[in-house]
Write a protein that binds this ligand. Sequence first.
Ligand SMILES: Cc1cc2nc3c(=O)[nH]c(=O)nc-3n(C[C@H](O)[C@H](O)[C@H](O)COP(=O)(O)OP(=O)(O)OC[C@H]3O[C@@H](n4cnc5c(N)ncnc54)[C@H](O)[C@@H]3O)c2cc1C
Ligand SMILES: *[C@@H]1O[C@H](CO)[C@@H](O)[C@H](O)[C@H]1NC(C)=O
Ligand SMILES: *[C@@H]1O[C@H](CO)[C@@H](O)[C@H](O)[C@H]1NC(C)=O
Ligand SMILES: *[C@@H]1O[C@H](CO)[C@@H](O)[C@H](O)[C@H]1NC(C)=O
Length: 428
Amino acid sequence: MAKPRRSKMMSLKLPFLLTLFLALSQAQPHSDDPPPPPSSNVCVIGAGIGGSSVAHFLRKYSPSSTPSTKIRVFERNGRVGGRIATVTVAGETFEAGASILHPKNLHTVDYVKILKLKVKEPTASEDSLSLGIWDGNKFVFKTVSPLSSTVPLIDKLLKLPFVNTLVSFVNSALMFVRYGFSLFKMQNFVEIAVDKFVKYYEDPGSRPIFETVDEMLQWAGLYNLTTRTLRDELVDAGLSTSLINELVTVITRINYGQSVSMSGLGGVVSLAGSGGGLWSIEGGNWQMAAGLINQSDVALHLHEEIKSVADLGDYYELNSTKGNSYRCEVAVVATPLDELDIQFIPPISIPERKLQHTFTTFVRGLLNPAYFGLKAVTKIPDLVGTIEDPELPFSCIAVLKKHNEKESTYKLFSRQPMADTLLDSIFR
Ligand SMILES: Cc1cc2nc3c(=O)[nH]c(=O)nc-3n(C[C@H](O)[C@H](O)[C@H](O)COP(=O)(O)OP(=O)(O)OC[C@H]3O[C@@H](n4cnc5c(N)ncnc54)[C@H](O)[C@@H]3O)c2cc1C
Ligand SMILES: *[C@@H]1O[C@H](CO)[C@@H](O)[C@H](O)[C@H]1NC(C)=O
Ligand SMILES: *[C@@H]1O[C@H](CO)[C@@H](O)[C@H](O)[C@H]1NC(C)=O
Ligand SMILES: *[C@@H]1O[C@H](CO)[C@@H](O)[C@H](O)[C@H]1NC(C)=O
């Protein structure tokens, strides 16, 4: 997902969806074993927000008696945070992965408090972003320069929560004129799903333990969304074709590089900017993972990739690329299983799924107005979204920061790597 902070659609975190919790085995090692390798109660593979959250909650809920639970976290990279990461472009730092947090992402709201992190204040320029929907030949829709409506009724319409998240580009009545009451239907569709999702934050003592992801989704009433496309869901919800093919498509392309034929559940997560109040952390969202690990009394093994997990009955044996072997009562795989390079013994079956890879390109320079058939760069919207067309070489281009009239930093998402010649034609 991309783009400028305020305009970015947030995705609710579903780390557990892709996380495999291997069963707990309580028995002790045999007494005639050779000298045991380093042993731990819990080993976590991956120091992204999933793995660091596991460490945090284990520490929070495990008895503080001695000896305390020994937690190890393995991370193949030299830093924690996983897909929450920053990139430095010409000396300035920008979010490259998860850049926006949803106000109903209650765990992260809590982390910021516990870890005493600072919520980033939007700057004036970020509050006044313009949006354009590019079809490859022209902008089919474009907000004019940001202005708050002075007509109270219109102003009220524009405060509908979803629109509020698109704060800057929806501030004109143009959006309402183009999409009409379908905007409300979209908002309603998103709100219903977010309300179901929030059930997962109920007191852990009062909700069931789920054996499967399907069961977990059934419980919250979200399962049916996985069986249909976003388009079908939205048609049933009464949204107009133009809203689905334009604004909604722009959003799914930005967030997931996919069209509205993506899963209804992924789609609603993509649209879940409902309620406004999207936020981020001053200095980088990755600090949540760093702080959780720092506060959870964890042995952190950076640059150590786990290459095999063997279920030896009494414990799990984790071998790493460093040639080390660890014995763990519990092993948590806190990274997506789909493209994993871990050997499981005995083998586990991982249903094959096609993943959409998103390529992110950062450019410091200036867009070329001629590429968009325009005379001046000032006529190009701050966020260029796109409709679904296989000919289009990018999903979106967003201004991250305007340095001066001659230079901005942009973030561009595409389904394929961007060739230099192509970048040379889009930028000047
Ligand atoms: C471009 C982009 C933009 C996004 N924008 C948003 C957003 O705005 N808001 C939002 O909420 N979400 C966003 N997301 C989604 C969000 O980033 C992810 O859902 C979340 O970071 C996943 O966390 P995770 O801990 O499950 O996995 P990861 O962050 O992928 O962590 C897994 C970790 O495991 C490590 N690892 C993997 N295999 C091994 C191994 N064998 N041994 C040791 N270590 C291993 C990896 O190096 C990685 O650090 C975005 C994602 C991307 C890619
Ligand atoms: C999901 O779909 C099934 C079958 O169509 C239906 O019986 C059920 O009520 C639906 N569940 C929800 C929560 O909508
Ligand atoms: C870790 O936490 C301690 C206090 O608990 C703090 O002083 C230190 O700066 C933290 N380190 C990091 C890397 O966050
Ligand atoms: C893991 O390492 C141990 C100790 O070196 C070795 O005995 C075992 O065969 C290794 N397991 C795998 C799956 O490579």
